[in-house]
Design a protein around this ligand. Structure first.
Ligand SMILES: O=C(O)CCC(=O)C(=O)O
Ligand SMILES: [Fe+2]
Length: 402
């Protein structure tokens, strides 16, 4: 998340006055509530459901062994030269001066794209938490149902070096001006985003592990400031991952490995973490994916990833170029595919018109042939009608002639 110098006035949570809602209000979570347990899974056995359940309760979850040591080595080979180009932003900033960063990782490393951005547990969790379905959009007499899928928000690798101070605890939800009052439990649709941090090296409380406050995604966002005493440090072995809701207080931590350890020895360590956030399809992306990723490199990704990078359409109508899906702009010579911008007649797309079901009533009816054999009695307004090319309608000619 980028630094912000202005303080934003935050609305106060609404007053609850009925008896039922008072009971619910008692259960609303706050900084005084007990902190939920942070669960730990292994990538080989965890299911998307396990992770979603754990995240919705605690706001974050640890997953062991997301990447193998070979994959980590490939990733570092791709990314290290990029980190070496970075310089300090100046202390007093959001990032301590000892942090080095690199961005635009989906096109800088195939391993990053395949094994982090495209990891099935990650795509499963973000699809579950960040997909939205618009059910009520009347356009004339048709009710349009539109699905908007999650898209990439940012990609950053953080190298935190010895001597770095704590990054201030913050919510990445602030980027999208999100405010939530306190909630008793999590509901799907609440989050602006989810983050995934994968350790490139061992990350510990001493060398700068990401810390977060479990359960803080359910607090009134006006409650603050966050207390360091409530933080949980996501200590990871190389290749482990940590997923966190953007509604949780979190931050990178101080790297104290420039100071003597419990044996009085100094062993400086770099804390290396690859991070990626996804957001909802209809929010602006934090990192501008169209400028940071060379378009020819984007074309090398599988199409489903191109869509997630931001070239897919957020239905019903967000992100078009020349009134077409950006996927058609990216691939001008290929035919239309699933996900392209199309009308209601398209058999591939997930943009559906829904006509509410009507309970049948007794009525006088005109009997006709089985309409699959002869549909002349029916005119389905939803089916594109054949174009008439001549002033003589040849289909009626047989009847006219007897
Ligand atoms: O470095 C970390 O562990 C967290 C970084 C972070 O939260 C941010 O930059 O928004
Ligand atoms: Fe953050």
């Amino acid at each position: 998340m980028a630094p912000s110098a202005v303080e934003i006035a935050v609305p106060v949570a609404k007053t609850i006055d009925s008896t039922d809602s008072r009971k619910e209000a008692d259960e609303l979570k706050s900084p005084a509530s007990p902190l939920p347990e942070v669960k730990i899974f292994d990538a080989a056995s965890a299911t998307v459901e396990d992770l979603v359940d754990a995240i919705t309760v605690a706001g974050g979850v640890v997953i062991r062994n997301v990447l193998s040591q070979d994959e980590l080595a490939n990733l570092e080979r791709d990314i290290r030269p990029e980190l070496e180009k970075d310089t300090a932003w100046g202390d007093g900033d959001f990032f301590p001066a000892e942090t080095r960063r690199a961005f635009g990782l989906v096109t800088k490393s195939k391993t990053f794209a395949d094994r982090i951005f495209g990891h099935p547990l990650w795509t499963g969790v973000t699809d579950a938490l960040l997909t939205s379905t618009l059910k009520h959009n009347w356009i004339g007499d048709k009710n349009e149902l539109s699905v908007s899928r999650p898209q990439l928000n940012n990609t950053i690798v953080f190298s935190i070096n010895p001597g770095a101070r704590d990054q201030a605890l913050h919510r990445d939800d602030a980027i999208h001006h999100i405010y939530h009052p306190a909630a008793a439990k999590h509901e799907i649709g609440r989050d602006a985003g989810v983050g995934f941090f994968v350790a490139g090296k061992r990350t510990t409380k001493r060398n700068g592990a990401t810390r977060f406050i479990p359960g803080s995604h359910l607090w009134d966002y006006a409650a603050g400031p966050p207390e360091e005493t409530q933080t949980f440090y996501a200590e990871l072995e190389p290749g482990d991952g940590f997923m966190v809701l953007s509604g949780c207080f979190h931050g990178g931590s101080a790297n104290k490995t420039d100071q003597p350890d419990e044996n009085g020895e100094i062993h400086p360590e770099e804390r290396l973490v690859y991070s990626t956030f996804m957001t909802r399809g209809w929010l602006r992306q934090e990192e501008n994916q169209y400028l940071i990723n060379p378009v020819e490199k984007v074309r090398e990704l599988p199409e489903w990833m191109q869509e997630k990078v931001g070239y897919g359409l957020s239905r019903p109508f967000l992100g078009w170029v020349n009134l077409k899906s950006a996927m058609e702009w990216l691939h001008p010579n290929r035919g239309r595919r699933t996900g392209d911008l199309c009308d209601e007649y398209c058999p591939n797309c997930d943009n559906h018109f829904v006509i509410d079901a009507v309970t049948p009533k007794a009525a006088l009816k005109v009997e006709s042939e089985d309409t699959r054999m002869d549909a002349r009695m029916l005119k389905d307004e939803r089916v594109r009608q054949p174009e008439q090319r001549t002033i003589f309608d040849v289909r009626e000619a047989a009847e006219k002639l007897g």
